[in-house]
Design a binder for this molecule. Structure first.
Ligand SMILES: Nc1nc2c(ncn2[C@@H]2O[C@H](COP(=O)(O)OP(=O)(O)OP(=O)(O)O)[C@@H](O)[C@H]2O)c(=O)[nH]1
Ligand SMILES: [Mg+2]
Ligand SMILES: [Zn+2]
Length: 191
């Protein structure tokens, strides 16, 4: 993908943490700035995320993994056969939601990002350090919900800086848009 001048990110993270919502939010911002954005929707089954991407006007391909709980480079190779990559500037690849095996299967993307949210509790980083080691970008999404939850952001930040020294946990809300411009900067997209 790099060889044809298209930037890409593998979006990993827990189930329901807001991977699709973040991609839609960021892709919309990018498109408003004239960038051409595509997305691959990786799910065990169904077309839910694919349909959301399509409805948001994002060039999209659906990949169902069947019994597998992660995408792999071979699946992506086939998925991009169906995409006109020459017409894209940036490709989001939404991985299957889980914090375990996607970490072990790099897809050849420029960036790897992992998304969690405070509704899963504040022990996700401590329980799944490996994926936070593999991904160079980590996101705590749904921060608009923090006032209603007991999850401690301080604990998540402390756990993250222990796992990945000198890296910063990005705080976002796909709902309000907070933190998404900065997250795009981390992905090399300066709007
Ligand atoms: N309040 C709030 N809700 C959010 C936010 N991001 C996503 N949601 C909601 O959380 C639910 C799950 O969001 P998705 O974007 O589908 O999550 P996902 O990580 O793609 O889920 P899977 O693909 O099923 O693993 C949806 O109802 C979203 O509207 C956010 O920042 N704040
Ligand atoms: Mg999704
Ligand atoms: Zn798996």
């Amino acid at each position: 993908m790099r060889s044809i001048g298209i930037k890409s990110v593998d979006v990993m993270g827990s189930i329901g943490s807001g991977k699709t919502a973040l991609i839609v939010r960021m892709a919309t911002m990018m498109r408003e700035h004239g960038l051409r954005v595509g997305a691959i929707a990786g799910d065990v089954s169904g077309e839910d995320d694919y349909t959301i991407f399509k409805q948001s006007g994002i060039v999209s391909v659906n990949v169902n993994t069947g019994k597998e709980c992660h995408l792999d480079a071979h699946l992506i190779e086939h998925a991009i056969e169906d995409m006109d990559l020459d017409r894209l500037d940036f490709l989001f690849i939404e991985n299957v939601g889980n914090l375990v095996c996607p970490a072990d299967f790099p897809l050849g993307t420029d960036h790897r990002m992992v998304v969690i949210s405070p509704t899963e509790g504040d022990d996700m980083i401590n329980k799944h350090p490996q994926i936070f080691l593999e991904a160079e970008i980590a996101v705590l999404n749904k921060i608009d919900l923090l006032p209603y939850l007991d999850a401690s952001v301080d604990r998540l930040i402390a756990d993250y800086s222990r796992v990945r020294k000198r890296s910063k946990l990005h705080l976002t809300s796909a709902k309000t848009g907070e933190g998404t411009e900065e997250l795009l900067k981390a992905l090399g997209v300066d709007l």
